[in-house]
Design a binder for this molecule. Structure first.
Ligand code: GLY
Length: 376
């Protein structure tokens, strides 16, 4: 297993923070968090799945660093990311008599990170928190950049706050407990960084993606380390330029306009995981770009083949029910946050590594792309 560790930083002036990527970070968490604390007290929030594998090494490292701590274990799954659970969690934090100096620690995947981050943002008007992401998806995307929030019946992540963590610890070793399907789902977000602005990284993934997914032996661990480091570096660069998504940060939504509508339609559950929806959504975005005459078809084909070889879905086979229509999917896109003055925003591509944001898209082209998928 690789013992390499990499230290990155996200530059946001006084709110800058470190991102550590490496194996064994859980056992070093106490010593890394301790210097950030005004008072050595932390509350760890995790879920029932992550508790089994990761809570005990984290607690030992907090003990070793002399940090007083207690833990709250939530139910696992996307349904935990709602108002009721945010109310429950913030109530439990108040019952535990948190103070402004208490550090929250989000130990888990994107659901835990988003819920804890949001609860940290609103409790006592803002508590510090640390992200310890344990899934590939949260290590390469959601734990970095300060987007926190919960889902509403009207749509995903519609209530939330930008609230940056004080530190991110991405322990590559934690990925070993994930199912292959979860790894592949996170891998879609890794590929996204290549497609946005890094053709060289996409080429590296073409040669090494299978190692990233398998993660076996030292080569696999090294490949995962490189993939997570490159992804976090790319995300940190974009977020430090545009923290609150006034411009460039929207590039990180490549595949998400289409993908979120598929997730909404399939109920945000096991039928289609987030990364799987994003994989299909990214191919749809390339399809739309090809249809609009701005992207070579070979690039779209390379993207589709790459994702398919990674074991990700690239079409709607097995998902479509009779009642699916292009109009309904477009309506679901309109309930997302990617709407400005009533117009949908898309991230399109001039090629691999050359994505851009636009609202200049003819809806007839979007309908045509969706209808091709619904027919197939
Ligand atoms: N997940 C996209 C972003 O953080 O902006």
């Amino acid at each position: 297993m690789s013992s390499e560790q990499t230290l990155l930083s996200l530059d946001l002036g006084r709110r800058s923070y470190d991102i550590h990527v490496g194996n064994g970070l859980l056992t070093m968490a106490g010593e890394l968090i301790s210097p950030l604390m005004r008072h050595p007290r932390a509350i760890v929030i995790t879920d029932k799945n992550v508790e089994k594998y990761c809570l005990s090494p984290l607690e030992s490292s907090l003990n070793a660093a002399g940090i007083d701590h207690q833990s709250i274990v939530m139910d696992a799954g996307e349904q935990t990311k709602d108002y009721a659970h945010a109310e429950d969690l913030t109530g439990r934090l108040l019952d535990a008599r948190v103070e402004r100096s208490t550090m929250l620690i989000a130990l888990g995947g994107g659901v835990v990170g988003d819920l804890v981050g949001f609860s940290a943002a609103i409790t006592l008007r803002g508590l510090d928190f640390v992200q310890i992401p344990t899934t590939l998806l949260s290590q390469v995307d959601s734990s970095v950049g300060g987007k926190t929030g919960i889902n509403m019946p009207q749509g995903k992540n519609l209530i939330g706050a930008f609230h940056q963590p004080r530190l991110v610890l991405a322990d590559i070793g934690a990925l070993e407990t994930l199912s292959p399907r979860e790894i592949r789902s996170g891998y879609a977000e890794v590929v996204k960084y290549g497609l946005i602005n890094d053709a060289e990284f996409f080429a590296w993934l073409d040669s090494n993606g299978q190692q990233v997914i398998a993660g076996k032996d030292e080569d696999g661990a090294d490949a995962r380390q490189h993939a997570v480091v490159t992804s976090c570096k790319a995300k940190a660069a974009i977020v430090s330029e545009d923290e609150t998504e006034q411009g460039a940060r929207a590039l990180l939504n490549l595949g998400h306009t289409f993908g979120h509508s598929l997730e909404a339609k399939t109920g945000y559950g096991d039928a289609l995981l987030h990364g799987e929806a994003i994989a299909i959504g990214m191919v749809m975005a390339f399809d739309l770009s090809v249809r609009m005459g701005i992207c070579p078809a070979e690039d779209r084909d390379r993207v589709r083949n790459h994702l398919e070889n990674a074991g990700l879905p690239v079409n709607l086979h097995g998902l479509i029910e009779n009642d699916w229509s292009a109009e309904e999917l477009i309506d679901l896109m309109g309930q997302d946050k990617k709407v400005t003055a009533g117009k949908l925003t898309f991230v399109l591509a001039r090629g691999i590594g050359n994505s851009f944001i636009t609202d200049e898209v003819e809806m007839t082209d979007v309908v045509a792309v969706l209808e091709d998928y619904l027919k197939a």
